[in-house]
Design a protein around this ligand. Structure first.
Ligand SMILES: *Cc1c(COP(=O)(O)O)cnc(C)c1O
Length: 360
């Protein structure tokens, strides 16, 4: 690791070292086949077993029930912003959305193209610095959509929002998927771009209950129907083979580290290192309400915009990269997903203390 620095990037984000090392070898010659992983047919036995292994690991790690399908798609989480309503929200029907930040707002905007959207809760009046406490749902929503972790503002749901009985819960879990145990049976559909907690950019994981696949619109291009990908085991067209391979390696790494409960414990400790310092500092302060703090994206500020910029620049000089906050949120953001090491959090706090002493 000596020539690598601490990468706090919000995504694409740091990957586990063993995953990168194994990928390096597989790129040249995958499991003795004489062919690199990127050069294998997606219909050949080697890749088919890669795909099956990735799916089996998802099921094992998250305890995913049989009535859910696991799909590996392209187009990023952003394509799910429209695929979800395209498939599930008919004209004249209503879907309910929690608006808790930039990504929820984009999901809402896309859904409006297909049907009625009822914003059941919004954090906008608080500048998204806290999660709304409750929602006011419409009379018969076809689903309720929420964003489990708000990557830009640094808030995260501790548990799923309550929804009216029988209404499927749809979740954009792009920035906290598999960072903690999840009860998939509480959801209708979960989606996540891989590039934060699961692997490289280019593959999107979708976990969807079979009855929602069956209920989906037929009046869509084949590629945009969930059933197409479910019926063809994510190989209707050429899937993102390298991304799926790496996602499988990341899942193996999570399993070998003790699974989702171990990830959660590790992530809590990492975030606590930074939040504890923010709570004692008289210079730095956290950007969001305490109870809603994200374990994945820690957002904080100095007393001024000028000092924020100076901090980011000085941190970069010290090998602490990617700390600049999103342009809409300002300040700093330390993204510390599953693969981000504890030592990097310690290094950040040590540098924050030094910066505070010099600028207080
Ligand atoms: C990064 C992110 C997205 C966007 O993902 P893409 O794969 O780039 O489309 C969507 N939602 C959340 C919560 C994110 O963090």
């Amino acid at each position: 690791m000596s020539d690598r620095i601490y990468n706090f990037s919000p995504g694409p984000a740091v990957l586990p070292e063993p995953v990168i090392r194994r990928t390096q070898a597989a790129l040249w010659n995958f499991e003795g086949s004489g062919i690199g992983i990127m050069e294998h047919s997606h219909r050949g036995p080697q890749f088919v077993s890669v795909l099956e292994r990735a799916e089996a690991l998802c099921r094992e790690l998250a305890g995913i029930p049989d009535e859910y399908r696991i799909l590996f798609l392209t187009g990023g989480a952003s394509s799910q912003f429209f695929m979800v309503p395209m498939n599930l929200l008919g004209a004249g029907q209503t879907a309910d959305y929690w608006n808790t930040g930039v990504w929820s707002a984009k999901a809402i905007e896309e859904a409006r193209r297909f049907g009625q959207v009822h914003v059941a809760a919004t954090g906008e009046p608080d500048g998204f610095s806290r999660l709304p406490e409750r929602a006011s749902y419409s009379s018969a929503p076809v689903y309720v959509h929420f964003t489990s972790n708000n990557t830009v503002y640094g808030t995260e749901f501790r548990h799923e929002p309550a929804v009216p009985a029988g209404v499927p819960l749809v979740c954009d879990a792009s920035s906290d998927i598999f960072s903690r145990p999840i009860d998939v049976s509480r959801y209708g559909l979960i989606y996540a771009g891989a590039q934060k907690n699961l692997g490289p950019a280019g593959v999107t994981l979708v976990i969807v209950r079979q009855d929602l696949i069956d209920a989906g619109s037929h009046d869509l291009p084949s590629m945009l129907q969930y059933r197409t990908h479910a019926e063809n085991d994510s190989c209707f067209n050429t899937p993102p083979t390298l991304g799926i391979y790496m996602l499988g390696l990341v899942l193996e790494w999570i399993r070998d580290a003790g699974g989702l409960a171990a990830m959660a414990a590790h992530n809590r400790v990492k975030a606590q290192v930074i939040y504890d310092f923010l709570d004692e500092s008289e210079f730095f302060r956290g950007a969001v309400q305490r109870d809603d703090r994200s374990l994945m994206n820690v957002c904080f500020r100095t007393p001024s915009k000028e000092l924020d910029a100076a901090f980011v620049a000085a941190a970069e000089q010290r090998g602490l990269a990617g700390l600049k906050g999103h342009r809409l949120a300002g300040g700093m953001r330390a993204s510390i997903y599953n693969a981000f090491p504890r030592e990097g959090c310690d290094a950040l706090v040590a540098f924050m203390k030094e910066f505070e002493r010099a600028h207080r």
